[in-house]
Design a protein around this ligand. Structure first.
Ligand SMILES: NC(=O)c1ccc[n+]([C@@H]2O[C@H](COP(=O)([O-])OP(=O)(O)OC[C@H]3O[C@@H](n4cnc5c(N)ncnc54)[C@H](OP(=O)(O)O)[C@@H]3O)[C@@H](O)[C@H]2O)c1
Length: 286
């Protein structure tokens, strides 16, 4: 039996950036689950092999009613983004929902060898490495804007020129509350928040919904990457805490996209139960 969310989302085309892991991957599964196998998904990231595996897993679980396009894409490259959107196969061209989720952290920059930072993950001025700073801004901010600009024209043309579609930007508590050692990541997420709010105001005469989702602590690949695959250190981040799962955030994203067209879940802050701010966490003794 389809839920009201499932009925509203059925047949739509959803584009998710950063879909190869974490929240993006979970969001792909959650849309497919909610729509009972009637959906088109464009999954974008750099690790196309992971995307192909996710496409195969979705096909295995939901059948071929969910059409999946795994797409290798570096969102920080504006030319690549424009070409990618311009060359989407006909059946995927009308994107109804854009989930701007991809993320680069300083650790990501290290992983892709833009720089091997000495102050990994907690760099403070004046020790912030220029390449790290650039890759974080180019992905988290410029990349998100590249995607939005590339997709918006088709959304604006719909509905007799009144526009239709959803742009869902994944921010963070870090964009609301700067913390020590997170200056660049926090600055990128504050920029996402500001861009999201400006965009909503700029598009107010259209029927395009601009939605912001700001998670608190979520357990994803992030900590494993941060500690170079050292599971002990990664686990210590969550010691005595129960973080959110990527599925928790995916459910909120799909809920927002599945509301009645006149309902905009404009701004959502999601914490696990032990968290009250970027730095206030209750930890049980372990
Ligand atoms: N985890 C948390 O605690 C947390 C808290 C608050 C907010 N968030 C937000 O949630 C979102 C998802 O985070 P996550 O924790 O799920 O991270 P994650 O597991 O590290 O996933 C990040 C994704 O971004 C992709 N990506 C990175 N650079 C890219 C680029 N240039 N072009 C295209 N894709 C790129 C990665 O794929 P490839 O490497 O294959 O390109 C990966 O799929 C982010 O916006 C993050 O800021 C997370």
């Amino acid at each position: 039996m389809a839920t009201s969310t499932g009925k509203r989302l059925a047949g739509k085309t959803i584009l998710i950036t950063g879909a190869s892991s974490g929240i993006g991957r979970s969001t792909a599964f959650e849309f497919a689950r909610e729509c009972h196998g009637n959906l088109k998904l464009i999954l974008a990231a750099r690790r196309v092999d992971s995307l192909k595996q996710i496409a195969a897993d979705i096909a295995g679980e939901f059948g071929d009613g969910v059409r999946v396009l795994p797409a290798e894409l570096d969102i920080s490259n504006a030319t690549q983004v424009r070409e990618f959107v311009g060359k989407l196969p006909a059946e995927f061209q009308e994107v109804d929902v854009l989930v701007n989720n991809a993320l680069a952290t300083q650790q990501e920059a290290d992983k892709f060898q833009y720089h091997s930072g000495l102050v990994k993950g907690v760099a403070k001025a004046p020790d912030i490495v220029e390449e790290d700073m650039n890759i974080m801004f180019m992905t988290n901010v410029t990349g998100l804007i590249n995607m939005t600009q590339a997709i918006l024209p088709t959304m604006l043309k719909r509905n007799g020129g009144n526009g239709a579609g959803d742009i869902i930007n994944i921010g963070s508590i870090a964009g609301r509350e700067p913390y020590v050692g997170g200056s660049i990541y926090c600055a990128t997420k504050a920029a996402v928040r500001t861009f999201t709010e400006s965009l909503r105001k700029e598009l107010i005469s259209t029927r395009i919904r601009v939605i912001g989702v700001d998670p608190g602590q979520v357990e994803t690949e992030f900590s494993m990457v941060r500690f170079n695959g050292d599971k002990g250190k990664a686990d210590a981040v969550y010691a005595g805490c129960e973080p959110l799962t990527p599925d928790d955030i995916a459910e909120a994203i799909v809920f927002a996209a599945g509301r009645r067209e006149n309902v905009v879940i404009a701004d959502t802050l999601i914490f696990p139960n032990h968290q009250a701010s970027a730095t206030i966490m209750h930890r049980n003794p372990v």
